[in-house]
Design a protein around this ligand. Sequence first.
Ligand code: GLC
Length: 452
Amino acid sequence: MWQQLPFCLVFVDWSFDDIYERGESNVKLWKKMLAAGVSASLVFSLAACGSGSDEVEGGDSDGKKVTLTYARGKDQTGATTKLIKAFEKKHPQIRVKFKEMPSDTGVSHDQYVTMFSGGSGEIDVFDLDVIWPAEFAQAGYLEPLDRYIQRDKIDLDQYVEGAVEAGNYNGQQWAMPKFMDAGLLFYRTDLVDKAPKTWDEMMEQAKKLTGKNGAKYGYLFQGKQYEGLVCNFVEFIGSCGGQVLDEQGKVAINSPETVKGLQKMAEIAKSDLVPGNVTAITEIETDAIYGEGQAVFDRQWPYHYAKMNEDGSKVKGKVAVAPLPAGDQGSVAALGGWVSGINKNSKHKKEAWEFIKFMTGPEGQKISAIDGGLAPTYIPLFEDSEVKSASPLFKDKNYVEGLKSAISRPVSPEYQKISDIIQVEVSKTLAGKQTPEAAVKSMEKKLQEVVK
Ligand code: GLC
């Protein structure tokens, strides 16, 4: 049995102005906003899986100096090093070795599966993409965290509900929420007067502005055959009313709406607006090209804002953010983000938990927000003046707008198979090897074999 996060649009009526005008507790309002934006779509009723021991493990390291290995994807910002330093200062008995995994979430996923399925204890703590917990929990790779959370009285109500649920599977908490992602449109304030509202408006503006102020390209998106392509795909089809699965978890991809969304995506991919090698572009290349000042618009996650404002960036101080362009059914952002968990075979679970507690708690998330530009999941941080002033995105109405329409990818232990099917068929379409109609037919057939 499996479940999905329905691909639904979420409407939230609050804005930052409301927060201040209403005089309500900011924490309460953020909670309402973000919970509505994220958690309304999270439904879990998955098959039972082995939970392992209920005990909080002490590890074999009491009193001794312990070195933990913490793995996460390539850090584009340097916040991880700062976070580790801050943790080590507070916990002189624990050292943290940072193991940098590939930036491509799919490649990281496969490496983790190879390690964990072989019973490796090399990694103690690691960050999981929100699309992994169901699979990893079911496979027995993760230490359940409920007892640690209860023992240390962590109040999960202080966290964005949907982000908490992303680490929950079958009623157990397998990972702690670290940060949230939602696809956004970035634009150059030295070129663009008013952010475009629709795909067509964006293309029109991009066409006019290409060639100005060093902008060789009009638009950048992640077109390589990998997970980022799936995120872009759900945004395009969602903006036209298409969906992969319906609210009951049944395959619903073969619709005129999905065809329309994929057509728009293919039209942009084949246009002169994007680099000729757009089918090789991931977030890394997007950062590099946009940071060189070579594009007018791009689609990226929130950290990109911090990255583009770093010293050395040619667009420092010249970047603004808006909701992604709308199709005829509105603007849709894919919901992403990362949660942190403990390897079931870690020999240092007690210390691993201390690190997770710090990293996903107020201090750790504050570092990630300020130095990494990552959107907090710990709600009180949205009230923190340093977070607000270091990352204007977090008090920017447009950012909140972006979150409003976030849609989730299916939650399933079979998610990788679903993603692979989409990746292959969408890639073929962008490369002009099949029509959008043929692609959705083929995806329907293949998905039906996986989604029973
Ligand atoms: C970001 C998102 C993640 C998504 C990935 C795709 O890291 O947080 O959820 O799967 O991008 O490249």
